[in-house]
Design a protein around this ligand. Sequence first.
Ligand SMILES: NC(=O)c1ccc[n+]([C@@H]2O[C@H](COP(=O)([O-])OP(=O)(O)OC[C@H]3O[C@@H](n4cnc5c(N)ncnc54)[C@H](OP(=O)(O)O)[C@@H]3O)[C@@H](O)[C@H]2O)c1
Length: 221
Amino acid sequence: MRIGIIGAGAIGGTLTRRLRELGHEVRVANSRAPETLADLAAETGATPLWAAEVAKDADLVIVSIPQKNVPDLASGIVDARKPDAPVIETNNYYPQQRDGYIEAIEQGQPESAWVAEHLGAPVFKVFNGIFWKRLLADGKPRGSAGRIALPIAGADGAGKKIVFDLVEDLGFDAVDGGTIEESWRQQPGTPVYGKDYGPEDARRALAEAPTERPAEFRAER
Ligand SMILES: NC(=O)c1ccc[n+]([C@@H]2O[C@H](COP(=O)([O-])OP(=O)(O)OC[C@H]3O[C@@H](n4cnc5c(N)ncnc54)[C@H](OP(=O)(O)O)[C@@H]3O)[C@@H](O)[C@H]2O)c1
């Protein structure tokens, strides 16, 4: 696939490395000029571009930037992807450590629904609950003991199948986390977040998620 990645930090850089290893064509951007990604490009063979260019004709787009920076993305930034190409976002809202106060999320809008609104495109929430070092190194072949399960939230259909297959190819068990409206079940502070569960425990944890956002993941005002 041709994959465009917006964000080249811990997660965007890791996905660039892993997806290049799997043989995908990767176009990657940070908030600055493509030259600033020369090392990552030389290491992986990915093509560095400006953020406004990476989604063009992509089969899949990944947005992996701090939540507070999402409103800085150019309007329509994923619009030039191929028709029906899915958009993944890996983001988390960390109000106390990084992102500050975001009214709609504090009022209960799921973090990913807020991102989708800003992008003007539906998204899949995935990779938000796995530490980047584990994403880099702990993928295992299908059927292996101790394979980590990753929940995927987003609309059912062909896009979700593409995202499920990608997660499996990266070495993780894909677990259905429901729609984007239900994606709060995998947000920071939920029972599944950051855990190395297999599929059964991941499904149980998603089902047991409390509706209330934990205090440590609310903004201090
Ligand atoms: N770190 C983890 O293990 C982990 C795990 C799961 C989920 N997440 C979540 O995934 C997201 C990314 O996390 P991270 O740890 O990869 O962050 P990070 O290491 O701080 O990297 C952030 C990246 O986003 C880029 N960026 C910021 N604003 C941008 C903009 N307006 N346009 C284009 N690129 C922009 C930065 O570019 P510059 O270098 O030019 O600023 C940088 O490449 C966050 O929401 C985080 O909570 C992180």
